[in-house]
Design a protein around this ligand. Sequence first.
Ligand code: HEC
Ligand code: HEC
Length: 367
Amino acid sequence: MICPVRAIVSVSKRVLLALLVAFITFSCRMQKNAGITVSAARPVGAPAEISAPPGLPPVPPSTDNRPTAASIALGHRLFYDVKLSGDETLSCASCHRPDRYFADGQTVAQGVGGQFGTRNTPSVLNAAYSIAQFWDGRAASLEAQVGGPIAHPKEMNQPHDLCVARLNADPSYRYEFAGVFGPGLITMDKIEKAIASFERTLLSGNSPFDRYQYGGDRAALSAAAIRGLAIFTDKNRGNCSTCHIIGEKFALFTDGRFHNLGAGMNPDGELTDPGRYAWTGAEADRGAFRTPSLRNVAKTAPYMHDGSLKTLKDVVDFYAGGGNSNPHLDSEIKPLRLSAQDRLDLVSFLESLTGEIPANAGPPVRD
Ligand code: HEC
Ligand code: HEC
């Protein structure tokens, strides 16, 4: 028989226990929130002046991570440091190589242990202008992008807590982080912000096209490139600038949107990569990828999200053929009537988009 008094006590014990659990959960959440606030570090000191080269607009402002000279220098160091990879063999710059316009020249990227990924490495030059990062736009900002390759088992393969611990164990990093963000431990948040600061300085413009289009230098482009520009912008011929936009004062060569061209099909005519669909789940996004900027494109072969097209001529021929037919093909992609000369002219134009790279963007020289 259960004693009524005991029953009451045990019920109230249970209530107490429940209350205690609720309280602990609540206070943990508060702490977590407080942790987030505390870890939302900002670079201290005067914001650095980042001036955009001819042909590019001002760099979009980042209110909670305004780059300073010190945060840029720290990001520069991190970008080139193999400590960010699990086996200390790869840095960001192993794939985003300064001598290759910050791409890698490979079909798809190769991570630690030589493992192949599924996507072509895009250049990080001018990534500061992208409305979303990655071919499928899954990272909302430069800051949000950084953690991806560090932890990815097929890229740098280093869990974030290990990466943070490794840097905290290095006195020279502790000293440099404190100089940038003020006192406190190194966190992923700070690593992301420093690298993003550096990336905001990786701008490339002032190409022959920019000097022609925005600088009034009529001699900057060859006759072939000028004809190619006309085809590029003519809706009834190339129709390229519908997506690769050329503005009145500057050109990003992208609409910042996602389109399906049918690139990357297997021999059975199936798309091998779901593209943006994997993140939005929207049928219309199947096989859709972000329109890439075409700046420096002559230097960053091979092409498309899977590196499946080897040369610019292959790309032009691909468009002339109307892409690869599939149920989600973008309505702007149709067969084009382009003569052999037109195609050569388009390639000449694309070659005129090679610009300048910031002088000090290579491996950091430290004293
Ligand atoms: C193993 C090669 C590799 C390494 C190492 C690597 N990346 Fe990348 N990076 C890629 C590939 C491949 C993509 C495209 C992936 C995708 O779209 O799914 C990419 C995409 C990006 C983008 C987006 C560019 C765009 O146009 O969308 C940025 C920015 C970037 N990487 C920065 C970094 C930083 C910072 C590091 C170091 C923390 C790094 N990457 C390390 C291969 C690499
Ligand atoms: C409907 C929008 C659209 C139109 C029109 C368009 N493009 Fe593209 N372009 C894209 C997208 C999206 C990609 C990436 C597709 C992928 O990787 O699957 C791309 C990729 C490219 C690439 C490869 C860039 C790289 O870094 O890999 C080149 C070069 C290119 N386009 C040139 C052109 C030219 C030349 C034309 C006109 C003949 C053109 N585009 C018309 C949207 C468009």
